[in-house]
Design a protein around this ligand. Structure first.
Ligand SMILES: *Cc1c(COP(=O)(O)O)cnc(C)c1O
Length: 456
């Protein structure tokens, strides 16, 4: 309220009526841009504030204030940022950035498309069926279905296949995924009854065997994708769970969540899951570098029947995949099918060598030093993140900016575009691994601006 105090002229409530103010020529521009009603409303609040503060602003200051308020209200809230944090699938930054082909596909879906029209017959088509064939080819399975996200895929599987029956889950797999997706809550919501077996650190094949009753419908394995239990642990393998399930004609459902499309570190792969489970679900972004989506695969006759039941359940309509998501996912699947993995940003980031990252950071360093920004190259680690590969760190090379770390990080975040850095060992650090191709110059400009703002 500094402006208000500086420009105070009267202590009385001699303010002109709102109707008079809004008709002043100075307000014509704002009225044209935002409409009379919105300007009147903003003016009413402004004048009330002035009265509340017991003073009155100069007309020109009031005009600026009202304009700022109106513009702030319509400024985009969702903004592109540069991710220099080194966390590849950053939950707070939208997880996977899309490939060029996926972005182009969004434009196709934005207009009219054959989303639900079979162009050959002219009859109604099924949107999810557009992707089933591609997924079946990539993973060599008997059935596939896509929904909005993986949380929805699990909810749909449990509701359509297990409602009113029992589902056996290990106590070591009662996970919470970011954004409060908790397995026991999802189970309750689906109407399936959860039967917990084993302990937090150990669950054996026999524990599953003992829990089976005439009301059992399925065994559920939940990949503990965002944490590791170390020490005295024992988990029943998927193969052992499959043998229990088969012996009692129960379904084996595997919520893989993240996992890996290609073998990496000790992450479970989709192929491995499909060898044993009837139904496998996972995220379209965590594992694929596509848009957020829920992918459901069915193996064998039992899996195919289960996927069919899921796709016909009324809940499938409520969680159906959006046309933009579908378009981006199809483009990403085609890139995977044809082996063009290096076109998918997260794959490039995961596979970049320390030397690749170091070269880029060194180039930034030279340019920044020329502009008076002091930097140092330090060894560090990047993370895959997003509840994926929890124990897996990638060696990287960080560019540390000299100066007060948290103030620098805040200045970068407030920049245009905002840059998300990471504070490590009391330094504000930039990890080139997660900065997209073509963002280098913009980043360098933004760092210079932030550095100078803090130095002032
Ligand atoms: C991430 C994850 C989910 C939720 O997936 P969304 O795509 O965020 O809906 C569910 N289960 C596991 C094991 C996960 O890792």
């Amino acid at each position: 309220m500094r402006g208000l105090r500086d420009s105070r002229v009267h202590r009385t409530s001699s303010l002109p009526a709102i109707g008079t103010l809004v008709n002043q020529p100075a307000y014509a521009e704002l009225v044209k841009e935002f409409g009379r009603a919105r300007v009147v409303e903003a003016l009413r609040r402004q004048v009330a504030d002035e009265r509340g503060a017991g003073g009155e602003m100069q007309d020109s200051d009031r005009l600026v204030r009202v304009g700022t308020t109106l513009r702030a209200a319509v400024a985009p809230k969702l903004r592109g940022v540069i991710n220099a944090s080194g966390v590849i699938l950053h939950t707070n930054l939208g997880r996977a950035p899309l490939s060029r082909a996926a972005i182009d596909a969004l434009a196709v879906a934005a207009g009219y498309s054959n989303l639900e029209l079979d162009l050959d017959s002219g009859r109604r088509g099924e949107r999810a069926a557009l992707l089933s064939g591609l997924l079946m080819q990539i993973f060599g399975c008997e059935a596939a279905f896509v929904v909005n996200n993986n949380a929805a895929a699990i909810l749909l599987a449990l509701t359509a296949l297990c409602k009113g029956k029992e589902v056996i889950v290990s106590r070591g797999q009662q996970v919470e995924i970011g954004g409060s997706f908790r397995m026991p809550d999802v189970m309750r919501l689906s109407g399936a009854r959860m039967v917990e077996v084993g302990t937090t650190n150990r669950t054996r094949q026999d524990d599953y065997e003992q829990a089976i009753t005439s009301r059992s419908a399925a065994l559920l394995r939940v990949h503990t994708s965002n944490f590791r239990v170390a020490g005295f642990t024992e988990a029943t393998t998927l193969a052992e769970m499959a043998s229990v399930a088969r012996g009692h004609e129960l379904l084996l459902i595997d919520d893989l969540g993240s996992g890996a499309a290609e073998p990496i570190a000790d992450e479970p792969t989709v192929a491995e899951s499909l060898r044993h489970a009837d139904v496998v679900t996972f995220s379209g972004d965590k594992l694929f570098g596509g848009p957020q989506a829920g992918i459901v695969l069915g193996r064998g006759e039992s899996g195919a029947a289960a996927v069919k039941t899921m796709s016909r359940h009324p809940l499938a309509r409520a969680v159906r995949i959006d046309k933009l998501t579908l378009a981006a996912l199809e483009a990403t699947l085609r890139q995977r099918l044809s082996g063009r993995l290096d076109e998918i940003p997260i794959e490039r980031m995961i596979r970049a060598s320390v030397e690749d990252v170091r070269r880029r950071a060194a180039m930034w360093s030279v340019k920044l030093e020329e502009r008076g920004v002091r930097t140092t190259l330090v060894a560090g680690e990047s993370a895959v993140g997003g509840g994926a590969l929890p124990g897996h760190r990638l060696p990287t090379m960080l560019l540390a900016l000299s100066g007060p770390a948290s103030r620098l990080a805040a200045a970068l975040r407030h920049g245009d575009p905002p840059v998300i850095a990471r504070i490590e060992k009391d330094a504000c650090c930039l990890d080139a691994r997660t900065v997209l191709k073509g963002e280098d110059e913009t980043l360098i400009d933004a760092v210079e601006v932030a550095f100078k703002a803090v130095a002032r």
